[in-house]
Design a protein around this ligand. Sequence first.
Ligand code: FAD
Ligand code: NAD
Length: 396
Amino acid sequence: MGKKPKIVILGAGYGGIVTAQRLQKELHYNEAEVTLVNKHVYHYITTHLHMPAAGTDSVENARVTIDTLIDTKKIQFVKSTITAIRPEQKQVELEDGVLDYDYLVISVGGEPETFGIPGLSEHAFSIRSINSVRLIREHIDYQFARYKNEVDRPDCLTFVVGGAGFTGVEFAGELADRVPYLCKNFDVDPTLVNIINIEAGPTIMPGFDPELVTYAKDVLLRKGISFKLGTAIKECTEEGILTSDGEFIKSQTVVWTGGVRGNSLLAEAGFETMRNRVKVDPYLRAPGHDNIFIIGDCSIVLNNDGKPYPPTAQITIQEAQACAANLLSLMRNQSLDTFKPNLKGTVASLGKGEAVGVIGKTKITGFLASIMKKVIDLRYLLIIGGIPLVLKKGKW
Ligand code: FAD
Ligand code: NAD
């Protein structure tokens, strides 16, 4: 019998965990050796992160220990940070070793896109991991405590959300829900708190259905959020932000939600990239590397109009399922299937009991949409962990 092929999966986010689970299910006994590498011992549910960031849900509901999601007798789990990918040597460098592979799945997600705006990396927060959202939550609480101890510091109660895409809007909605509790706990007059969502585009959620955008904006205005639209953040300092209309907004809390780029590991590995994302072939492989699949936020898949699909969990999960199937076909010398996403719609939360979305061709708003958002979130828990995970981590 020949040597067992080695499959290495990089990253245990949506793409990595679903690929690993699929391979675990479909591989024959002794057919391959599979290793999953991730920075942390847990998988985090990125689509929940705006809630623990604002403090409206616990961090624990947004993470699941990886060894409860995979069978570690079938898939080896390595907790480590990947420092380099070497396609020519068929090797991956980790902070504490090197892994050889025959087949590689790259699903290391993305990084905040700061567009080189001065000071953003140094002074703004971003919603991207369990650790980053813990910091945001603690920082927000600290600003309320600080306000009560320092004289005349309205900047402690001014919260800037930079970018009103889906992440910005979802976070602003949650933060507005938390403000009354914070004000009560810290004896602060709620009228002194400002949440300002700044968006470079002409509307919030640019490109989304205009009727739903109007609905969302009205809900968020009612919650006390103010918007500065058609205005870009130009600089971020320790004191606040400078906007394209020349205004300087003093704020001790700037949360940057201005978009994502791929993981810098991709460009450093020598792949041709656009903002660190690799345009994959129809089977989800890196061009020129038949043994390397790239999925999720670090890949680009084009739609029929030649435009990239937005990087979402929804498409990543489907890519992971297709990637696992194609990887097995490749190993078994069978033909590969072209990846065709089957997108069901989008629902964005606007805080407690409010959301907007499109499912198929149907627009939904309000309580119904918020229930639909919960159903989508619960469905993901069901896919990766069955009913026990839904009961343990699901938020109703
Ligand atoms: P990720 O889920 O980010 O996983 C990447 C994994 O790789 C992580 O576990 C990370 O720790 C690991 N990793 C990265 N670098 C290294 C390294 N050097 N070494 C080791 N491990 C590493 N999409 C939707 O469809 N619906 C939503 O409702 C939605 N809500 C969102 C809400 C927020 C607040 C945000 C930020 C995004 C949301 N998205 C949503 C987008 C969605 O979360 C992403 O598209 C999705 O997470 C991409 O999955 P991924 O596997 O590519 O990356
Ligand atoms: P995004 O790229 O969708 O939105 C970023 C926003 O920031 C844009 O509206 C952009 O115009 C704005 N912006 C950029 N530079 C700016 C500047 N200098 N000043 C002010 N505004 C600026 O990024 P996102 O919201 O983080 O979303 C990332 C991906 O995750 C998207 O594909 C999104 O669809 C997905 N997502 C989905 C959901 C959901 O389905 N409920 C929730 C969150 C995120």
